[in-house]
Write a protein that binds this ligand. Structure first.
Ligand code: NDP
Length: 311
């Protein structure tokens, strides 16, 4: 069994930034990151809006820079999954990989959020065989081919413009007649010749072929809500970009979550309803969800954890 003043759960911009600040405050933090560290920025291409990179930089490179900085400050970064937490008494008990026990005076939760899926049976069938939630990870497989992107937020429009550079044609399927995405992003889509927006349409099935273990997508069936018409878009790939879900399963029953599963934090604070447990980044932020806002809340969480220990 080990003890620490500060345990940080999650290796994204929030977790690493908390590590930088907690290390500088001499809290000797332990940070547990999952097997694919770096958070959602690692599945992004060029990032133009993170301060300090005037010419933009790739998401994975930026994350690596922040991680290196946390390491240099002294954060003890370890790979593993936290499998159990007990927040009912202090120090807080956390189990890593069901075996390693860590007792922590404070905990900073920075587990982020993951992609949401449409929930179609056929989506499950073809996931990894033409259905993806990450254009930058899988777009390359569809070079010169036709694909569909589902969603109307910034992620969907960003994925569509990224794929338009690689693919022959991109159908952007949205369930309403206006986008939720920023105006700048919309303009980029409207100015891209090989993106066709399919308005008012709901995906009803991923169409594909199965030959033994070999599976391939051949189309996306959509239903137009205004006309009632069903159409099969002839595509080889479907990219689902309909938002994210907070990673909070582990904390159910331990701290307060809202109806969507986000951790509830006090106004202008990263404090949860359990004194000594703080939450930073996308896991408690359904609104901004930017790397820079996640990093900022990681900073706040570490400062609040330090103050908590001083009290
Ligand atoms: P959003 O929640 O903003 O958008 C989700 C989109 O998916 C909406 O258009 C929604 O439709 C649609 N949708 C949701 N559920 C379904 C469903 N079951 N079937 C079909 N469509 C569905 O998520 P994003 O991931 O796009 O963005 C999250 C946040 O991150 C936002 O704040 C965004 O601004 C930000 N972001 C910023 C970027 C940047 O600044 N570079 C890049 C990417 C994201 P409807 O509109 O009808 O609700």
């Amino acid at each position: 069994m080990e003890t620490t003043k500060c345990l940080i759960i999650g290796g994204g911009p929030a977790g690493y930034t908390a590590g930088i600040y907690a290390s500088r405050a001499d809290m000797k933090p332990i940070l547990i990151e999952g097997p694919q560290p770096g958070g959602q920025l690692t599945i992004t291409t060029e990032v133009e809006n993170f301060p300090g990179y005037p010419n933009g930089k790739s998401g994975p490179d930026i994350m690596n820079d922040i991680r290196e900085q946390a390491l240099r400050m002294g954060t003890d970064i370890r790979t593993g999954m936290v499998t159990e937490v007990v927040f009912s008494k202090r120090p807080f008990r956390c189990l890593v990989e069901d075996t390693q026990e860590i007792l922590a005076d404070t905990v900073i939760i920075a587990t982020g959020a993951t992609a949401r899926w449409l929930g179609l049976e056929s989506e499950r069938t073809y996931r990894g065989f033409g259905v993806s939630a990450c254009a930058t990870c899988d777009g390359n497989f569809f070079r010169g081919r036709d694909v569909a992107v589902v969603g109307g937020g910034d992620t969907a429009l960003e994925e569509a413009t990224y794929l338009a550079k690689l693919c022959n044609k991109v159908y952007l399927v949205h369930r309403r007649d206006e986008f939720r995405a920023s105006k700048a992003m919309q303009q980029r889509v409207f100015n891209t010749a090989n993106i066709e927006v399919v308005w008012d349409s709901v995906p009803t099935e991923i169409v594909g072929e199965k030959k033994g273990f070999v599976k391939a997508v051949t189309g996306l069936s959509v239903n137009n809500k205004k006309t009632g018409e069903n159409t099969v878009l002839p595509v080889d790939g479907v990219f689902v970009a309909i938002g994210h879900q907070p990673v909070t399963e582990l904390f159910k029953g331990q701290i307060e979550l809202d109806a969507q599963g986000y951790i509830v934090t006090r106004p202008d604070s990263t404090a949860t309803n359990v004194p000594g447990v703080f939450a930073a980044g996308d896991v408690q932020d359904p609104h901004f969800r930017q790397a820079i806002t996640a990093a900022a809340s990681g900073c706040k969480a570490a400062l609040e954890a330090e103050r908590f220990l001083l009290q």
